[in-house]
Design a protein around this ligand. Sequence first.
Ligand code: PMP
Length: 448
Amino acid sequence: MNEQQLLHSSKKHLWLPFTQMSDYERDPLIIESGEGIVLKDIYGKEYLDGYSSLWLNVHGHRKQEINEAIRDQLNKIAHSTLLGAANVPAVQLAERLVEITPSGLQRVFYSDSGATAVEIAVKMAYQYWQNIGETKKKKFVTLTNNYHGDTVGAISIGDIDLYHRVYGALMFQSIKSPFPLIYRHSSNDEAFIRDEALAKLKEIFANHHEEIAAITLEPIIQGAGGMNVMPKGYLKGVEKLCREFNILLIADEVATGFGRTGKMFAVEHENVQPDIMTMAKGITGGYLPIAATVTTEKIYEAFYGEYEEFKTFFHGHSYTGNQLGCAAALANLEIYEKENVVGKVREKALLVEEELGKLKELSHVGNIRQAGLMCGIELVKNKETKESFPWQERVGYKATLKMRELGMLTRPLGDVVVFMPPFASEAGQLKEMVNIMKEAILQVTENN
Ligand code: PMP
């Protein structure tokens, strides 16, 4: 197919996720190749990968060691089922994951995307209480604005009105506790905002703990809900309340895991030990769809027994624990060790913080939020009052479209521009991306 045929066919047959296809028809983009952190479309135009190919690419594209690991594995076997039979790289990766996750986490249950890892966490937490005879503990608490993926279980513990409202009748009810949002709070005292949110959670736990199975949260920074950083101590406070009221803590590290926030896992920032942790995205360096739900021996043991006891965890996907994916993940984690990847994230995050500081002078940049290399730039109509642009103006979307024109790819969350560069981005590339964002934001907002 030539370029015209590809474009035509993409408009005729593809249906892209989280995309209004009329937008795609107006401004189509077909990527053909990538090298390092640069992506190339079918016309040869190059783009810096400002969103890590949706928050997951780590070392850039075509990293030799990962490519080789996949090829080597392909010469052995591509896939065999994990239902009732282990495979070599899945065993090796499980051991590695147990080594790098917080010490209480000992058991690895594989799947293939962030949402499935979350779905598994929900069912695992639910069945855990059933299996040990605490049969009233069936409800889930989640934080306002949380995002955990798009399957029905994952949206039931999510709280993004735009994505979830339409499915209301499909979802099970979860209890929402307020996320400690800093930017638009009437107080600018972070400790106050933290304590207020913890007090509300405590009230929910105190009144309902007998029926609550677990709380789910995105540690340290809430991603798709707008890149909202938790006040210091909030996460630790939630952990303490979980222990006090016998409620499981599910940490969704799908976006934050594998160094994104400057620690291997974001829970490490506050030395928190979740009961269940979900991971995906960066696990293979962004190469293949592998995910994992990691849990404690205590939870695992509640499922262990003779078959007739019905304790078995009846969950699995055809491609669970795929060998190519596990081999890619092992090669990925080897590079983490060899190249001190997480340490470099911390260094680059400092540079990014300094560079992003230059955007503060723009009259429509209301707030810049950052945890490691996970950043959000909120565009507002009025900086003083923090008034948002009318959503119909789609300022965030227009700004990222302009960035594309200027040679950088990212996606907005409403009027929050996401900046999540691959960890392999060089200083010059990081600076160039910030300059592109500045120019695009200026061009799109200067008439407002
Ligand atoms: N949880 C979190 C915190 C996420 O950010 C995401 C994806 N952005 C998911 C779950 C879902 O992951 P996936 O897209 O791989 O299903």
